[in-house]
Ligand binder design. Structure first.
Ligand SMILES: [Zn+2]
Length: 281
């Protein structure tokens, strides 16, 4: 089910709407960003309760890719079926700026975080710049327990800004991206055991496979693995948890993957639409 009728169009939004929506759900004050809270998510949260938010970033989960993989991504599909599915425009085609937009609620030209190193540079220039502040940091400032589970170098950028209750789990990058994602899922489940108010997790297998794999079957392997990890994390999230599962940008390596695409799929790719599912555990 979507928040429109099943046969109606899937509602559209932007990745910069995620942070302000979470701000509203958890009553975490933030300087009003460019993105806007999603009212249909507020309705869902009211209905099901929302004490905690988990943001699951699925690297490269474009909207059309998600549609194609719906039959094999069972855990993800179940989330969409009981929650909301959006066609969500990503504001960037690369990971660092795209994730920064999800976390801050601003477009790349506003936060200017085009790489991991840029976060430090921009902070040095203006430590109080609200456009650099993630929803995790806003949460920590409001006394919420924030946790992040991402690649080790990215995790370091959260050092010292998540308050005394904050938890940072960095997983070292690996040539074996399936093993890497399993470690991420394990750490996420551990983090959930400590009762965070807001947890952000980044699963990367689909993106790595999009660059290196040559066949659709290989890409399916990655999608299945991602879905298994989604299942583990969702099982570890308690009641009253709202889950935001979203892609960061449409898939890379489009010259390989768009060969069989329909006109609509190609358009979704060019428009950089990702899947955003908001649901509960
Ligand atoms: Zn990415």
């Amino acid at each position: 089910m979507t928040d429109s009728s099943p046969s109606g169009p899937v509602p559209e939004c932007s990745t910069i709407d995620i942070a302000p929506t979470i701000s509203k759900l958890l009553a975490v004050p933030m300087v009003v960003p460019t993105g806007r809270p999603l009212s249909s998510v507020e309705v869902l949260a009211e209905k099901h309760g929302c004490k905690r938010v988990v943001v699951l970033i699925i690297d490269s989960l474009g909207y059309s890719l998600y549609e194609r993989f719906t039959p094999i991504m069972e855990n993800t599909r179940k989330l969409a079926e009981k929650g909301l599915l959006f066609k969500c425009r990503s504001e960037a085609s690369h990971t660092s700026p795209a994730i920064a937009s999800i976390f801050t609620g601003y477009r790349p030209e506003e936060h200017r975080i085009y790489s991991t190193g840029a976060i430090y540079r921009e902070r040095d220039k203006d430590p109080e710049n609200p456009r650099l502040r993630s929803i995790l940091e806003w949460g920590a400032r409001a006394g919420r327990k924030a946790a992040v589970v991402i690649e080790a170098e990215g995790a370091e950028t959260f050092r010292g800004i998540l308050g005394k209750n904050g938890e940072i789990y960095g997983v070292s990058d690996s040539e074996d991206i399936l093993a890497y994602d399993r470690e991420i899922a394990k750490a996420a489940v551990r983090a959930l055991g400590h009762g965070p108010d807001i947890l952000a997790v980044h699963l990367r297998a689909l993106d790595r496979f999009s660059h290196r794999a040559e066949s659709w079957d290989e890409l399916k392997t990655a999608a299945k693995a991602v879905d298994e990890n989604v299942g583990k994390i969702v099982s570890g999230a308690g009641k009253d948890t709202l889950i935001f599962l979203c892609g960061d940008h449409a898939i890379h390596g489009s010259e390989k993957w768009l060969k069989m695409a329909t006109e609509e799929e190609q358009k979704n790719h060019l428009d950089n639409f990702v899947a955003l599912i908001v649901s509960f555990s």
